[in-house]
Design a binder for this molecule. Structure first.
Ligand code: SF4
Length: 369
């Protein structure tokens, strides 16, 4: 089922997302400094952000505790602009994929995975948003739809933050779990990523606990170390997908630059520095990385780091030759990991029917697919 939202009015109003001073891209401290430079009392900064993040208004006009003249002046300096919602595709399992058009007409996708007792058991009130961090991706993992069309550009801080606010507004759901597993390699957009993470985490911002936010990387090892040095306790997931250099390099070109030994050293640094466990994401692809030797090699890495392993049976992507292994092969792979004491699960993908599952996000609208 596809709903089309014609939000032309809002799109016209929000046509300029190019300013670095978009209100959604500013921290409380930065806003205070900006306001002080305009001789506006600093307390107005907190007031303005309360309207956005607590009261969830989407225009300056609705910030009623501010004098009208001040609102009008600040709106010109710091537009409160959101991407345009082009379509919302609803899956039969109620996963929803949001196709968003940015101010330069580039497209991104964001996926809402609603609460599901069947999927999460005790954690059944988990409403997860899978956020994009770039338009396209330069890393060209062979199995991934997001890399198929190449890299266009990084998302700006406000474009990352806006995904959360927009989806909450349209769906009426309060998101309580965010994963950076949408389009793009988050660590290749490190500055905007970390700024957005602080706004999402801050008490004056979206105020989502750090342990409810996970950033997933294909393995940019210098950035993993930098991430480990951040004060926030944000979780890390590694898109591993191969447990030997030969297999991983075949499907993930980044492994030629940062081979497994280097990647595992960076992971060890993260675990020791943060005192946090990490997750290995492992897409099972038939005949490529689903052999028991791979399971054994994966088990060694996971045990050493006490990492949890999420197995994700591959979702077919139009235009790519790969397929998912049989249920029997999936089960055998899982059993091998567990036999070696690894906490592993097979992730039951939601949203498969709308191409919103892992590795499937793509700027489809551009191609009329
Ligand atoms: S898996 Fe991640 S890093 Fe690899 S091409 Fe896809 S989006 Fe980029």
């Amino acid at each position: 089922m596809i709903f089309v939202f014609l939000m032309n009015q809002q799109a016209d109003k929000n046509s300029d997302l190019s300013s670095q001073r978009n209100l959604l891209g500013l921290s409380l401290e930065e806003l205070r400094v900006e306001l002080e430079s305009l001789h506006i009392p600093a307390y107005r900064g907190r007031q303005i952000l309360e309207w956005i993040y607590q009261k969830r208004v989407t225009s300056w006009a609705k910030m009623l505790t501010l004098p009208v003249a001040l609102r009008e002046d600040l709106e010109i300096r710091y537009p409160l602009a959101f991407p345009e919602v082009v379509t919302v595709s609803g899956s039969h399992d109620t996963t929803q994929k949001f196709l968003l058009r940015l101010s330069d007409h580039e497209m991104i996708e964001t996926v809402l995975i609603p609460a599901s007792p069947a999927l999460y058991g005790e954690d059944s009130d988990r409403r997860t948003l899978c956020v994009s961090s770039q338009v396209g991706c330069a890393y060209r993992c062979k199995f991934c739809a997001s890399g198929l069309d190449g890299f266009k550009r990084n998302l700006r801080t406000e474009e990352i933050v806006a995904q959360v606010l927009l989806v909450e507004k349209i769906s009426g759901e309060r998101i309580n779990n965010i994963v950076f597993m949408g389009m793009g390699e988050p660590f290749a957009n490190f500055d905007h990523l970390t700024r957005a993470l602080r706004i999402i985490n801050a008490p004056w911002g979206i105020h989502l606990a750090a342990r409810k936010i996970t950033v997933s990387t294909s393995g940019l090892t210098p950035r993993i170390r930098e991430f480990a040095d951040l004060p926030e306790q944000i979780r890390l997931a590694i898109s591993l997908h191969g447990a030997t250099d030969a297999v991983r390099s075949e499907i993930m070109p980044i492994n030629q630059r940062y081979p497994l030994s280097e990647l595992m050293e960076a992971c060890t640094y993260y675990v020791e520095r943060k005192k946090q466990l990490l997750t290995f994401e492992y897409i099972l692809i038939a005949g490529v990385n689903d052999q028991l030797e791979q399971a054994l090699a994966l088990a060694r890495y996971a045990k050493r780091l006490r990492a949890k392993v999420n197995l994700i049976p591959y979702n077919r992507v139009e235009g790519l030759p790969w397929d998912r292994p049989s249920q029997g092969v999936q089960r055998a792979f899982l059993a091998k990991l567990r036999e070696h004491g690894v906490a592993a699960t097979i992730r039951r993908e939601k949203g498969h029917d709308i191409d919103a599952a892992c590795g499937q996000l793509r700027r489809r609208q551009l191609y009329g697919l």
